[in-house]
Design a protein around this ligand. Structure first.
Ligand code: FRU
Length: 490
């Protein structure tokens, strides 16, 4: 069954709801449906939005196109959770239904203010000439739903910037409220603008512009986050159009970060001093990350997208997923990401990995592996393999401290005719006390690899058969491999 909006357009509301129900049921039972990654029940899932902690619960929204798997007319769909692991759908959505967001309720954020959940997002509009207009809209949420302000808080970008002006991320600092917004200069250079809000949140003034210190980084910045962490300031953003010079793996859709000194908010400009950017995730799909700071924690979640290749689930009525929520920290000037501790509540019984006696075994297609490698040889590790398919191939070279990940066999659709950018990664790692530790989370259609306690992360989608459950280790030379794995049950 292929979802086709053209066919749906002429249906009545009841017929559309019946259709949704049918699609939802097919999707829910599908073998490609994931166990512990957030997916939409139906339709296209995009950027995480409005990640916040309100009245003792986590709130998380995402870009959503209910009846189409291609990105176009976006809504916000919401979820809530007490533990960041078990999520319930919220009945309220943000629909693109006013003259200020008629062509999409684009990305934005949420925060708690005076007992309410405040929301700030971009209303995307195409005017009669099909030109883009961008409005920054405030809304509030309570148990009755989401109420939009009738007039946008920011009607247009400042002079010198194009209508590519979106994705406000709000934070509070020293009693004041700020928003950072991704944008583009009229000369087509990416920037992020910081606004300061009046106490009633009605007026927003430009405070400063974040820009690179020597050369431009791409032509447009999307989805910025600007926050203090462990005594430093971090900017996470999506610079579109960067080159190999700025980012080692020039992914089509980079999601990068820079770490700098604490932002003072006193008007002295914060510069992107780093000559080279680093990727939040060195894998294949990770975009539009959003962070939340609450309950003494900083947690990041990302969209495991976008992809130029249609995802195999699209024909069954849904596509896209979010990454695991990951706890962020900075140690020795380096950014670390670890899967949130609450996820261990999903673990089945621990199973010891005994490579010497059982180098091959069956592991569920939703599993977590934690493995330590010591020595100076090489190990080839296949996960989700089956007889004619090597699965996800991980190569550990301890002597040269190189990790290679190859997903060609488990996502052949991206491999066809491509240059390897979408199928292979190679990264250098440091040994800790002579040991490399890999923590790998596999779900039905995704993987997340945490290297050395989250010092690097590589994640991506994979699409293989339900029966691909072999896990094999092949050791070459002097290496001891120890570890355990857990089935993940929800
Ligand atoms: C990033 C993005 C945002 C925008 C949203 C629209 O993926 O392009 O900049 O707000 O998606 O869905």
């Amino acid at each position: 069954m292929v979802l086709d909006n053209h066919l749906l357009r002429d249906l009545t509301v009841t017929e559309k709801e019946q259709w949704d129900e049918k699609v939802k049921q097919i999707a829910a039972q599908h073998s490609l449906r994931q166990v512990f990654h957030i997916e939409a029940p139906i339709g296209f899932l995009g950027d995480p939005n409005g990640f916040s902690f309100f009245q003792g619960e986590w709130y998380l929204f995402h870009q959503w196109i209910p009846r189409k798997t291609k990105k176009k007319m976006v809504y916000w769909r919401g979820l809530t959770s007490k533990d960041l692991v078990h999520w319930k759908s919220l009945p309220m959505t943000i629909d693109p239904d006013t003259k200020f967001d008629s062509h999409g309720a684009y990305s934005g954020s949420a925060w708690v203010n005076q007992g309410q959940l405040e929301i700030f997002y971009t209303g995307n509009v195409r005017n009669q000439e099909n030109e883009r207009e961008a409005y920054q809209i405030r809304a509030t949420m309570d148990e009755n739903g989401i109420k939009k302000e009738t007039t946008p808080a920011i009607m247009q970008p400042p002079a010198g910037y194009t209508m590519n002006f979106r994705d406000p991320k709000v934070w509070q600092y020293a009693g004041k409220t700020y928003a950072i917004i991704g944008t583009q200069t009229k000369d087509k250079a990416g920037r992020a603008i910081i606004y300061e809000a009046s106490t009633d949140l009605k007026t927003w003034q430009v405070k400063e512009v974040l820009q690179p210190f020597d050369h431009d980084l791409g032509y447009m910045w999307e989805c910025p986050n600007f926050f203090e962490l462990d005594g430093s300031q971090v900017l996470i953003f999506c610079p579109q159009g960067t080159t190999q010079k700025d980012l080692e793996y020039h992914t089509l859709f980079p999601n990068a970060f820079v770490i700098g000194p604490k932002w003072s908010g006193d008007g002295s400009e914060w510069e992107l001093k780093q000559p080279k950017l680093a990727l939040v995730d060195e894998g294949f799909e990770c975009y539009a990350s959003q962070i939340v700071q609450a309950a003494g924690r900083t947690i990041i979640i990302s969209w495991m997208g976008p992809s130029k290749t249609p995802l195999p689930t699209e024909e069954f009525g849904w596509s896209g997923c979010l990454s695991l929520p990951r706890e962020l920290s900075i140690k020795d000037g380096k950014l670390y990401q670890k899967p949130i501790q609450e996820l261990t509540s999903l673990f089945g019984t621990a199973q010891i990995i005994d490579v010497e006696h059982s180098p091959s075994f069956q592991a569920s297609s939703a599993s977590q592996f934690k493995v330590a490698f010591k020595g100076n040889g090489q190990v080839l590790w296949n996960i989700r393999a089956e007889k004619d398919n090597p699965g996800l191939v991980i190569k550990v070279d301890l002597k040269n401290q190189i990790l290679e990940v190859d997903r060609q066999a488990v996502f052949p659709q991206v491999a066809e005719g491509k240059d390897g950018r979408d199928t292979q990664r190679r990264l250098h790692f440091e040994l800790t006390d002579g040991i490399l530790e890999l923590e790998i989370w596999i779900d039905h259609t995704s993987f997340e690899i945490f290297v050395n306690q989250g010092r690097s992360v590589l994640s991506g989608r994979l699409f293989t058969t339900e029966t691909a459950q072999n896990c094999n280790f092949k050791v070459d030379g002097n290496v001891t491999v120890t570890g355990e794995w857990h089935e993940i049950v929800k």
